[in-house]
Design a protein around this ligand. Structure first.
Ligand code: ZN
Length: 62
């Protein structure tokens, strides 16, 4: 998915190594969740994953 010439100048990722949203090239994609269309989406990724995790654990506990 290498595409130059997009308006935003690259995708947003949530880096699991640095625990923060990153824009464009940087850490290997295997260390990141994404890509996302915006920084907000990338930042939400961790919260969503955590939510999903907790839902799964709650389900499992019952
Ligand atoms: Zn990183």
């Amino acid at each position: 998915m290498v595409d130059s010439g997009s308006q935003g100048g690259g995708d947003w990722w949530f880096c699991l190594k640095h625990m923060k949203a990153e824009h464009g090239a940087g850490c290997p994609n295997k260390d990141r969740m994404g890509p996302y269309g915006s920084q907000a989406d990338a930042s939400d990724a961790l919260a969503l994953a955590r939510e999903r995790n907790e839902a799964w654990r709650a389900q499992d506990a019952d």
